[in-house]
Design a protein around this ligand. Structure first.
Ligand SMILES: [Mn+2]
Length: 320
């Protein structure tokens, strides 16, 4: 029995935790574990997944309605299982459930993971936490529900099987998962590709402001709070803008800035080259992430931010 299964076996009550603003990998991995424990133990264990608010697209995942955003639950748990989180602050206010749990285990794929769990299972070469998780689940208890959740985790974190860390192992696992017989194209439409009209309008505004910085090496655009308010959108509704900024010819890095406060913007970064590690760049600007996908913070009005970011990214790329 591996460590994950051993810890689940020995715990009567379990909470599952992930990072703030959870993405498809985080939500998929959380629900894969939830459904797996239910398959294996029925109602014999207390299992509570806690995540921050997420896009309603994910509510089609099996038992997504069991995810709680309650920060005030008085219960403590024998075991906290943490997914997809590179450091303790990524849990946000849900950290308290980890602090109060007697035991903990982390499943993740972020390089330089600093999460202080009792046991850490981290495979940075893996495209998704859901891919790491697949190897640690007892195959007898993977059913269609678990398979759908793992599939969504892998599909979303790999940019639907296009990003560089996607490999034959990823696709073999995905082949095993779709053998459970779910409509895997329909799920991708509903979770990844379909947008609301206002999301498309926000993308339109961002495309209109698209600029190339640093001699065409960097694509850059932004949305501010007014844009979001006028379209009745939240931050999570514009997560995919960076995907399109990356899909521009001849660029090395894509950057998308979105306002999170007065003179504060978060920058999503994507690199198209292994030689440019945007996680290293982000670490110097109050952020972090993966080699090819990271995020950080800049201060000032958008014109100042653009100027400073262009100078910083130029220096960073030229130092390589
Ligand atoms: Mn992930």
């Amino acid at each position: 029995m591996n460590l994950l299964n051993e810890k689940i076996e020995n715990a009567k009550s379990i909470c599952i935790l992930g990072h703030e603003r959870p993405d498809g990998d985080c939500i998929g991995s959380t629900l894969a574990i939830y459904n797996y424990i239910r398959n294996k133990y029925g109602d014999k264990k207390v299992v509570r997944p806690y995540l921050d608010y997420f896009s309603k697209n994910f509510l089609i995942l099996p038992n997504a309605d069991k995810i709680s955003n309650d920060l005030m639950c008085a219960d403590t748990y024998d075991l906290a299982i943490i997914v997809d989180s590179s450091s303790i602050d990524r849990l946000g206010d849900y950290k308290r459930y980890f602090d109060e749990a007697k035991d903990s285990i982390l499943i993740d794929h972020h390089e330089n993971n600093t999460f202080p769990s009792k046991v850490s299972i981290v495979f940075p070469e893996s495209i998704a936490t859901a891919q790491v998780l697949y190897d640690f689940l007892d195959k007898d208890y993977i059913d269609k529900n678990v398979a759908i959740c793992l599939y969504v985790g892998i599909a979303t974190d790999s940019g639907v099987f296009r990003y560089k860390a996607t490999n034959s192992k990823t696709l073999k696992i995905v082949a095993n998962l779709i053998d459970f017989g779910f409509n895997f194209t329909d799920i991708l439409d509903k979770i990844v590709f379909d947008n609301t009209v206002n999301q498309r309008k926000a993308q339109g505004i961002a495309f209109d402001r698209l600029e190339l910085l640093y001699k065409g090496n960097v694509s850059f655009s932004y949305l501010n709070e007014n844009d979001l308010n006028s379209l009745n959108l939240e931050k999570k509704d514009i997560d995919n803008v960076i995907v399109y900024l990356r899909e521009i010819e001849n660029i090395k890095v894509a950057a998308f800035a979105y306002q999170v406060g007065n003179n504060i913007f978060k920058l999503s970064l994507r690199s198209k080259s292994d030689a440019i590690n945007v996680a290293d760049f982000a670490n110097k600007h109050e952020g972090g992430g993966h080699k090819l996908a990271a995020g950080c913070i800049y201060y000032g009005d958008i014109q100042t931010i653009k100027k400073n970011f262009e100078k910083d990214i130029k220096e960073f790329i030229e130092a390589k």
